[in-house]
Design a binder for this molecule. Structure first.
Ligand code: FES
Length: 342
């Protein structure tokens, strides 16, 4: 049985075939809906059901039961059970349409034994507008691509990436090892809806694991020396002290932000570590005596961390309307993309 979906934001209407998800039907009709993983994990495709109901083959990990009860749905997994009227839960941030560019390698240097700092330069004519937190596809010569979040602040032609070495990875273990300054690389950008929301002015709580710190760095760098910067609290979870490859730079942010608190958390600390240990969401809950209803929350890292942190923080009254998450997906993980697991 077919159903009709009406997008209240744009006035577009499209038909969804039997057994088809809302997102599949939208893309078939060339209707733009935010999405990334298409696996129900990242939450990027969240919409509000103004009218109608949906069902899921399997309840998606990227949606909480609270969100479901409030009428939110994930279009990449939701199958209409009736005609629907939807509004976009999160509007696409203002940025340029995705474009292909020929970038040039500026430098390739190790940040530690597992993570490489790759810097690319866009061509002079490039005037792309992108948002702190978005990502880039690096196109591979044979076919396919690898996706990496930008660690640098927007409005620059130089793009920074933190790339974890994945054994056997076609890019991180192969192509990247051969890169030299001056080498060309084809890239697509900007991509993704995970970005800093300056309009959401409230105390900021950020949780990152592994190289999930990269887009968080980009966001925080947009706040350095800013007037009226809200308080920022950052938790960075890694395995060992050697994985804190950005420690000194993060500590330096305290001198350029009005109110900045930083808590590194190790999951496999040795006996010499005096700081926090365990899962970062547990450290947040231990530290935050008050409810989180007044915070804007940004999460970036593995899907397991995102799912666990969302559950924990929503139980602590964090608002689904002020919670922004970016998790690498099974597909992306196998493709050595974005953020490494902690
Ligand atoms: S695109 Fe639907 S959850 Fe990721």
């Amino acid at each position: 049985m077919t159903h009709h979906v009406h997008l209240a934001d744009t006035g577009e209407t499209f038909e969804v075939g039997s057994g088809e998800t809302v997102l599949e039907a939208a893309l078939r009709h060339h209707v733009q809906l935010p999405h990334e993983c298409t696996l129900g994990g990242c939450g990027t495709c969240r919409v509000k059901l103004e009218q109608g109901t949906v069902h899921y083959g399997e309840f998606p990990a990227g949606l909480t039961r609270e969100e479901d009860a409030e009428g939110y749905a994930l279009t990449c997994q939701a199958i209409p059970a009736s005609d629907l009227v939807l509004t976009l839960a999160r509007r696409l941030a203002t940025c340029s349409p995705t474009a292909r560019e020929r970038a040039v390698v500026k430098s390739v240097k190790p940040l530690n034994k597992d993570v490489t700092h790759l810097v690319l330069e866009l061509p002079e004519h490039s005037d792309l507008i992108f948002r702190a937190g978005q990502y880039v596809n690096i196109l591979l010569p044979q076919a396919g691509h690898r996706s990496f979040s930008m660690a640098s602040r927007p409005h620059r032609r130089l793009l920074d990436f933190h790339i974890r070495h994945i054994p056997g990875g076609q890019f991180s273990s192969g192509m990247m090892q051969q890169l030299q300054p001056g080498d060309p690389l084809e890239v697509e950008l900007p991509l993704g809806t995970f970005c800093y929301h300056e309009e959401d002015y409230r105390p900021i709580l950020m949780l990152a694991t592994g190289t999930g710190i990269a887009p968080i760095k980009s966001m925080i760098e947009t706040l350095l020396d800013a007037e009226n910067c809200p308080p920022v609290t950052l938790y960075w979870g890694v395995r060992t002290e050697q994985d804190l490859y950005l420690q000194q730079e993060i500590l330096s942010w305290a001198t350029r932000l009005d109110d900045f608190r930083y808590v590194p958390v190790l999951s496999r600390a040795d006996a010499t570590w005096n700081g926090r240990q365990g899962h970062i969401q547990d450290a947040v809950l231990q530290d935050m005596a008050d409810a989180l209803a007044e915070h804007a929350v940004y999460l970036c890292g593995s899907p397991d961390m995102i799912a666990a942190a969302k559950r924990a923080l929503l139980a602590k009254q964090a608002s689904v309307h002020h919670l922004y998450a970016e998790g690498f997906t099974q597909h992306q993980q196998s493709a050595e993309c974005k953020h490494a697991a902690n």
